[in-house]
Design a protein around this ligand. Structure first.
Ligand code: NAD
Ligand code: ZN
Ligand code: ZN
Length: 364
């Protein structure tokens, strides 16, 4: 089969690799029908995630079709369409039993495109298949559910739920990339009073407005703290969600928060940030951190099925799976291309392609 393989910092290639096979009886083999690229994949390519060994297939988000199951798999069968999420759950360890799949100590957690081969490939081996994949309702398209593999549960769990967003709250979302925008989208499920989006890029702030932000602030040209204090009668916001992952934005969140408010950090930090306890200790501020568990995936899936949530707006660019390298270039140049999420679609196995599709898929 073909797959997008990481070959060390700055190097990746769509190339021939051996087909995956069942290794454990709890495995399934899934044909990848749709996949996408995450900001974390770009971090890996920069060499920021040294656990990813050269030779690893990248990607941790996909929708696919089961083609084979191990002898212990009982809840899915060949032919089933499934969402393969960024988090895998052994289902047996203490953390899985508590629904904290992200912390799985039984071999799960974030493993795809990290510790084992990932999902930007024609096929993938999916460990702990029974406890890790989600059957896709037949009425839903791949694109409607694909972003449940990472950004939606991440934003909802680590941003909205950790931040305890309540009806009427004023919330600040710092960073309006896919994660910040997904935070805005899922925060609206809790009917906040006002959503303030803060970013350095005007194009991203425009998107934030489309996603439902009531106020946008460019903190490169404006004083975000002064503006937020003006909006909130000098108190600060009820909830600040950090969706960037640099020290300046974490420290900004701590300044934007009202006494008794909540700061929910979602960003992945590569450098130490300063915690100003000398100012915060007396203000009863709650600060949370977290890796996504994907425990809310079934709930978010029901909301999509019920027409209450439409994540397809994240899909700004489409490529054939075989064009993964081009898709990486477009995704990495988001400042110019305005990409949010790129969708990689495999050539359907049960259909002959017309000439234009063959060209797009790089086959024929
Ligand atoms: N905790 C988790 O489980 C988890 C899961 C997935 C992603 N993440 C992390 O969430 C973060 C956001 O992800 P993304 O895909 O949206 O990233 P992104 O890079 O696409 O978006 C970040 C946004 O922040 C803006 N920004 C950069 N510096 C800023 C500053 N100083 N002030 C204000 N805005 C600034 C950028 O213009 C951009 O719009 C990343 O750190 C990512 O690794 C965390
Ligand atoms: Zn991701
Ligand atoms: Zn576990």
């Amino acid at each position: 089969m073909k797959a997008l393989v990481y070959h060390g910092p700055g190097k990746r290639a769509w190339e021939d690799v051996p087909d995956p096979t069942i290794v454990e009886p709890t495995d399934a083999i899934v044909r990848i029908d749709s996949s996408t690229i995450c900001g974390t994949d770009l971090h890996i390519l920069k060499g920021d995630v040294p656990e990813v060994k050269p030779g690893t297939i990248l990607g941790h988000e996909a929708v696919g079709t089961v083609v084979e199951t191990g002898s212990a798999v009982t809840t899915i069968a060949p032919g089933d369409r499934v969402l393969v999420s960024c988090i895998t759950a052994c289902g047996r360890c203490r953390f899985c039993k508590e629904g904290h799949y992200g912390l799985c100590t039984g071999g799960g957690g974030w493993i795809f495109g990290h510790l084992i081969d990932g999902l930007q490939a024609e096929y993938a081996r999916v460990p702990f298949a029974d406890t890790s994949v989600y059957k896709v309702p037949p009425a839903l398209s791949d694109e409607q559910v694909l972003f449940l593999a990472d950004i939606l549960p991440t934003a909802y769990e680590v941003g909205v739920l950790n931040g305890r967003v309540e009806p009427g709250d004023t919330i600040a979302v710092v960073g309006a990339g896919p994660i910040g925008l997904a935070t805005i989208m899922t925060a609206k499920l809790h009917t906040p009073g006002r959503i303030v989006a803060i970013d350095l890029a005007d194009a991203r702030l425009e998107k934030a407005r489309e996603f439902g932000a009531d106020v946008v602030i460019n903190n490169g040209t404006d004083d975000a703290v002064a503006k937020v204090m003006e909006l909130t009668g000098g108190l600060g916001v009820d909830v600040a969600v950090e969706a960037v992952g640099v020290p300046a934005t974490f420290e900004l969140c701590a300044e934007l928060i009202r006494p008794g408010g909540r700061v929910a950090n979602v960003g992945v930090h590569g450098h130490p940030a300063t915690l100003h306890l000398e100012k915060l200790w007396i203000r009863d501020v709650l600060i949370t951190t977290g890796l996504v568990d994907t425990s809310t995936t079934p709930k978010l899936l029901r909301l999509i099925e019920g027409g209450r949530l439409d994540p397809t707006v994240f899909a700004t660019h489409h490529f054939a799976l075989a064009e993964a390298e081009k898709a990486y270039d477009v995704f990495a140049a988001a400042a110019e291309t305005h990409a949010l999420k790129v969708v990689l679609t495999a050539v359907p196995a049960d259909r002959t392609l017309v000439a234009s599709e063959q060209e797009l898929a790089g086959v024929g």
